[in-house]
Design a protein around this ligand. Sequence first.
Ligand code: ZN
Length: 253
Amino acid sequence: MTPLLEKLLWLSHEIGRDDRHLAILGEGNTSADAGDDSFWIKASGGNLATLDETGLTRVKFDTIMAAIDDASLDDSGVREVLLASRADAEAKLPSVETFMHAVCFKEAGAKWIGHCHPVSVLQVLCSKLGAAPFLQHIFPDEIVVCGRHLAVVPYIDPGIELARSVRAELRRFREKYDGAPKVILLVNHGPVALGQTEREVLNILLMLDKWARILVGNFALGGPAFLPDSTSTRIDTRPDEHYRRAQIGALKK
Ligand SMILES: [Zn+2]
């Protein structure tokens, strides 16, 4: 097995761990840019906790991106596109979220992606408040690891339409903040973590899980004491926080 696939399985198993409550059964998906106009992604229906090499499919970017650009294509034609996108015709059908992952690689410059359905984060995203509690900050480490600003997409059925909406949100985000987010919050669905390494993706998801659990506790105690925006921005730009970010990113498994 190549080092890339070993890392992708490591990330999948870490996200799928029972004790983390980030994903159960066939929930969630992981992917890695192969650097040759293709990427590896979890096959449809696979269990992250027990995934092995046969549960990963390599997909060609051009087939997927052409489908997203083809306005006449809706979810009914998606299965054929997914089958045609496989680099190896013997490989399993890639996840229906392949379109969203492709957009995150192309539009946000991610190299590794993890998407899951954490109990903690969904306690917030499925509440009447939706993503709003994540749009202000409450402690420094979540700013350092998850980013100063998060992208948000309203509920849309998984598939090609969701990918188009994620693309529009990533373009809006780039226009507004001159960069890419580390987190996309899919309301009533779950988060997507965008990283440069497999370790960064896991760190983002673990910190987001902690942040969400703290928020839920805050709401039980009268509501979060949000940091002023100026403080959040200072934390995001402080040199020692950049150092801390680098240290966190450098932590090895
Ligand atoms: Zn999902």
